[in-house]
Ligand binder design. Structure first.
Ligand code: C2O
Length: 582
């Protein structure tokens, strides 16, 4: 295949004997095969691209933007050889992959590995276990994921059907954000001034902004989804935007959600979707047998309650019916999208998610909890040290910061996983991340006068197999805002959610412990809370952070340190020999 993607060799037996036929039959049975090894090569290189009449050199994988699609089957091993040929440090994260006993391949810089320096290489080697659907990969260093990202499609094991009718075609659709400026310069400047970063110039579909933007009219800057009347398509949606949750709709078409974050959900219909950065969703779209137009607009627009500025544009792609002749790009029937701050529309959509919870895909919700945590997540401030031109651009001459339980995460200078493996914690991390805010306040009411945060590389140590509940509570400091929280190394169950302050006495009784959706990224509702549960059965150091990169840069992050279990297969293996050093 092109771009150095060496696919794993398909396993085919040519049989002459009954014994061989039996073996071939057994190999085709799900669960009996160990899966194939799929090999990919990622050459990180600069490439020249033009969008919105701006031509610039951007970091890419194999010269492509968005990057190449990885396709595996559940149970396969994935081996990705990465070579860093750009003038910047880089790492790659396989967003949503559980990484069972392969924490060394998870990828967040300074958490599970030191970054690859220019010229360095590293091989990510891990298996896909118990997951199927759509995930994605992205760089996990600074804001490099703006252009370094691509789909990771996990098909069911050979011979295992989807729990819904097989679609005619499957189409990965990555939603992204285009900056005319260099995103690295944008975040650098924001961290210098203390203010909010400049916003993006366009939203994109598989890298294309489409005809709603100036200097973006042509067919080669618009993503087209060609469909045949009466056929059903599965869109593998991925929100790869840096800083924006998105509304998504297709004019005149209802969508059926069947998968979220590589877990099946009970199918439900929706006309407008909401998808947060980090999240994925497989949705079925059935093309009309007698469409009222030859083409329809597919649109995205932001959902936010930020008090700062944001990219308040709408991007469109085209749903084009074939074999009719190509349709115009502009003036197509457009889907109505909610207003940018319509939290009600978000709640209506989000409340539909239930895990499939079938005999084949049971829910396995932890019914009891060993350790409970209450995390207040939101923004805050730092005093104005080292001002630019005498001032800082955050609120009231401060610097913007973000925190969990008022601890703003400080990236260490070395890999936390390496420090853990060597049991050399001194000077690297402190195992005292607070289980609840030290200073309680009315989280969604009037904020406290002092909004300064503390700083530290603090983690929560967990014994192997601990059943964990975390209530994530939004705060109204610098404005209540939705935060898409992403947990590495686990899928968690979303057992409850609500608005205002979490109230254990009343809210716990309303939990869904039967079929809660399983995800790796969940948005803490604006001025609300969400409760998640997981069992800490995967040893390693796992970061949990807001997937709005600006908030991650400001410190909205923490890490769980999951200790080894007693059995040999419950221990973190030694690091691969090629792991980069700091
Ligand atoms: Cu998709 Cu830590 O991120």
């Amino acid at each position: 295949m092109a771009m150095g993607m060496g696919m794993g060799s398909a396993r085919r037996l040519r049989c002459a004997s009954p014994a061989c036929l039996l073996l071939a039959f057994l190999l085709a049975m799900p669960g009996l095969t160990a899966g194939l090894t799929r090999r990919y090569t990622f050459n990180v290189t600069m490439a020249t691209v033009t969008r919105l009449c701006t031509t610039k050199s951007i970091p890419t994988v194999n010269g492509r933007f968005p990057g190449p699609r990885i396709t595996v089957r559940e149970g396969d091993r994935l081996v990705v050889s990465v070579h860093n040929n750009i003038n910047n440090n880089v790492t790659f994260h396989w967003h949503g992959v559980r990484q069972l006993r392969s924490a060394w391949a998870d990828g967040p810089a300074y958490i599970t590995q030191c970054p690859m320096r220019p010229g360095q290489s590293y091989v990510y080697n891990f298996r896909i276990v118990g997951q199927r659907g759509t995930l994605w990969w992205h760089a996990h260093f600074s804001w490099l994921r703006a252009t370094l990202h691509g789909p990771l499609v996990i098909l069911p094991p050979r011979g295992v059907p989807y729990p819904f009718p097989k679609p005619y075609r499957e189409v990965p659709l990555m939603l992204g954000e285009w900056f005319n400026a260099d995103p690295e310069a944008v975040i650098k400047q924001a961290l210098q001034t203390g203010g909010g970063p400049n916003v993006s110039d366009a939203y994109t579909f598989n890298g294309f902004p489409g005809p709603t933007y100036n200097c973006s009219g042509g067919g080669n800057s618009t993503f087209k989804l060609k469909v045949k009347p009466g056929r059903t398509y599965m869109l593998r949606l991925i929100n790869a935007a840096l800083n924006d949750e998105l509304f998504f709709a297709v004019a005149n078409h209802t969508l059926t959600v069947v998968q979220a974050d590589a877990s099946y959900v009970k199918p439900f219909a929706a006309t407008t979707l909401v998808i947060s950065p980090g999240q994925t969703m497989d949705v079925l779209l059935t093309a009309a047998t007698n469409p009222s137009s030859t083409a329809f607009a597919i649109a995205v627009a932001p959902y936010t309650n930020t008090v700062g500025t944001f990219d308040n544009t709408t991007a469109t792609a085209v749903l084009e019916y074939t074999p009719q002749r190509p349709a115009a790009l502009r003036g197509l029937p457009a889907p109505p999208l909610p207003r940018y701050n319509d939290t009600g529309a978000v709640t209506n959509f989000s409340s539909n998610f239930r895990s499939l919870a079938s005999a084949r895909y049971p829910a396995r919700v932890p019914l009891s909890v060993d350790r409970s945590f209450f995390f207040a997540v939101g923004l805050g401030a730092d005093p104005c040290q080292s001002p630019v031109n005498g001032t800082c651009q955050g609120p009231n001459n401060t610097r913007f910061a973000a925190s969990i339980n008022n601890v703003s995460f400080v990236m260490p200078k070395t890999s936390l996983l390496q420090a853990h493996y060597q049991r050399r914690y001194n000077g690297v991390l402190a195992a005292n991340f607070p289980a609840a805010p030290l200073r309680k306040f009315n989280y969604t009411g009037t904020p406290p006068n002092n909004t300064f945060v503390t700083h530290g590389t603090r983690v929560v140590p967990l014994a192997f197999n601990t059943s964990v509940e975390v209530v994530l509570q939004d705060t109204s400091i610098q404005g209540a805002e939705s935060h898409p929280l992403h947990l590495h190394g686990y899928d968690f169950h979303v057992v409850g959610t609500g608005f205002g302050n979490y109230d254990a006495a009343n809210d716990t009784a309303k939990y869904n412990l039967v079929d809660p959706v399983q995800r790796n990224t969940i948005s803490v509702p604006t001025a609300g809370w969400v409760a998640i549960r997981f069992v800490a059965n995967n040893p390693g150091v796992w970061i949990m952070h807001c997937h709005l990169d600006v908030h991650l840069s400001w410190g909205l992050s923490m890490a769980w340190l999951v200790n080894d279990g007693p059995l040999p297969n419950q221990k973190l293996p030694p690091p691969p020999s090629d792991i980069p050093t700091c």
